[in-house]
Design a protein around this ligand. Sequence first.
Ligand code: TK8
Length: 338
Amino acid sequence: LVVFTLGIFAGCGAPKQDQKAPVAKPEEQKARVIRAGIGLNDKHPQYQGLLKFKEIVERETKGKVQVQIFHSGQLGDDRTMMEALQLGTQEMTCPSTAPIANFVPEFSVFDFPFLFPNTAVADKVLDGPIGKELLDKLPKQNMIGLAYWENGFRDLTNSKKEIKTVADLKGLKIRTMENKLHLDAFRLLGANPTPMPFPELFTAMQQKTVDGQENPVATIYLQKFYEVQKYVTDTSHIYSPFVLLMSKKFWDASTPEEQAIFKKAAEEARDYERKLNREANAKYFDELAKAGMTVTKLTPEARAEFVKTVKPVYDTYKEKVGADLLARVLAEIEKAGK
Ligand code: TK8
């Protein structure tokens, strides 16, 4: 009956010229929604950073763009979420650069072990021209890179034994991200690495499918890995940046003003996320000890051995990643360190 009545109104009720008056279509009246998915949980600084991004975007667009955040892999793992961004079936995600390298190989330049000496130098390179040059390769993959956030320096955990030297790693089954350079680096260390999406990791450790894994301390603590891992060593072997990614489809459907808001919000939230993340990575080593883990600091000699053992990946991956790009990154690090 309702449909019938409306039909009569639409057909006969209104004069002809009124039908031509501009009327907003239902989809234009509704706010556009960004669904942002991450693999980490809602305790992690990355989630707090996304809350900040949401607050800025919703305020500056006066509610025309809404942000919904999905944590703990609710929308999938890093690879599936990036594929969804490419298709335009999801709007945002924030993976480490390591899985992005499967889409844009040059991102592997940040996978070289022991590359950045500290976070200040990493910031300079990532927020400078080289970082931008890499982000500029993403649109070809139907993604937009808004800013580099921080995952951090990765440390090693396992359930079997204390790792004090490279030799201790022999034969240990270590989960790595889905990234060839990481796999090869762990093979050089004598481990038995296996790639696995992050959302499967906790169960894999619990069921002893893998002995160990490597992630920054904030993740190890906030994801409660201490419940299934006994030993943690401060290897700091790789610095993982995050990239805040947007689907190119969504970006292209946004106005230039909205695009500027997304970019600004991504950068403001980046500074906030990095600050929280650095505090977290600094304080959680002690918390891991309190939670019952054996915390091991590498001696300078042991660290030197780790550095030397993985060095060959610089040669094997130089060409794949781009010899010129690697040389420029190393030169920038030199410069920034001074
Ligand atoms: C979460 C991942 C995680 C990364 C990993 O989706 O996979 O180990 O370090 O933070 O991006």
